[in-house]
Design a binder for this molecule. Structure first.
Ligand code: ASN
Length: 338
């Protein structure tokens, strides 16, 4: 497939302008100085994640690839079904339900989790959608949004500090100037973000997620990563906990990259009681009968928890200053490109 345009961040001429060709001939481009610089930076990012989380007492668990159920809260993307000994299993869109299982045993866990989401072909031009990608997923038993946001602040600071220090050569190859963020990242509420966007002329439904273009516009107003908090319950998956003081909201947040790079991470506090989840499933239109083991597990009891997932290729794209995310995967799968 030939890319027509990249609306938010123009592809520069030395980058493969034709993403379809780039993907097809990856076995050539992976040998370039450019690809080597990007993938070396990615390695450094993973190393920092492991170092910080290990020092904070986290345990790394191996992520699932396939299972009877997965995360349905994926902004309209499709799931991939696989026949499995007479059953239909799905490839993981995120390991959220499985993270809730692990925190019942280990209070702090993380994984480098492979995810597959059949995004609309049109999202190939956003520059930030891959069909196959990895999340650094973490979960903290008895944690709050504030706890995990503090952790997110530290991860971002340490990643950028380390890459600036250790990957000077790679950043020079890519022509990337990377600024060190503050140790505590700025925060704005979802309603503040909506107000800002309405003032700038966007037409938005305040009950829904912020659309890609509007989020990109918002991202362009910032020079450092920032959090958006207090999402409306109608915009998020059933596993986010309703805010006890503001029942129209959930305890959920996004981490958004600056300079137009957009959303990096989603997370929050979890619904963890059978009753609470069934209520949220009812509201979000989920079929409880699909979630056999998950609902049984909640019935027996798990701790409350909070966590998030950081898109590894998206973070690499920002840190390396890459226009299209396909270059941030060694084996890229771009929506609509086969
Ligand atoms: N990983 C996210 C979380 O922990 C969920 C997602 O990717 N949709 O909340």
């Amino acid at each position: 497939m030939v890319m027509e345009s990249i609306p938010h961040r123009q592809l520069s001429s030395e980058v493969a302008v034709d993403v379809g060709r780039g993907v097809r001939f990856r076995y050539r481009s992976i040998r370039s100085a450019r690809a080597r610089a990007i993938l070396t930076i990615q390695h450094e990012i993973s190393r920092v994640f492991r170092k910080v989380l290990d020092s904070e007492g986290f345990l790394e668990v191996l992520a699932p690839i396939i299972g009877p159920v997965t995360d349905p809260g994926i902004r309209g993307a499709g799931t991939i079904e696989v026949p499995f000994y007479g059953e239909t299993y799905v490839l993981m869109t995120s390991m959220i339900l499985y993270k809730q299982m692990t925190v019942a045993s280990f209070p702090r866990v993380y994984s480098f989790s492979p995810n597959l989401r059949l995004e609309a072909s049109a999202s190939s031009t956003t520059g930030r959608h891959l069909v196959e990608f990895y999340q650094l997923d973490l979960e903290v038993a008895h944690g709050t949004c504030e706890d995990v946001m503090t952790l997110g602040d530290t991860l971002m600071f340490e990643v950028i500090r380390t890459v600036r220090q250790k990957c000077k050569e790679q950043l020079a190859t890519l022509g990337r100037t990377l600024h060190l963020p503050p140790r505590t990242l700025p925060q704005l509420t979802f309603s503040e973000a909506i107000e800002l966007l309405l003032n700038d002329g966007f037409t938005l439904d305040p009950a829904e997620e912020i659309p890609w273009e509007a989020e990109c516009h918002l991202s362009n107003q910032f020079s450092t990563p920032f959090w958006i908090t207090n999402y409306p319950a109608t915009s998020r998956g059933f596993y986010y906990l309703r805010d006890a003081d503001h029942p129209e909201l959930v305890r959920s947040m996004d981490l958004v990259l600056p300079e137009g790079y957009g959303e990096l991470s989603s997370g929050g506090e979890r619904e963890y009681t059978n009753k609470g989840v069934l209520q949220r499933m009812h509201e979000t239109g989920e079929e409880p009968q699909k979630y056999g083991w998950y609902l049984d597990m909640l019935e027996e009891g798990i701790p409350p928890s909070a966590g998030f997932g950081i898109g590894l290729e998206r973070l690499t794209r920002y840190v390396a200053g890459v226009p299209h995310i396909w270059e941030c995967s060694p084996f890229p799968k771009v929506p609509g490109v086969s």
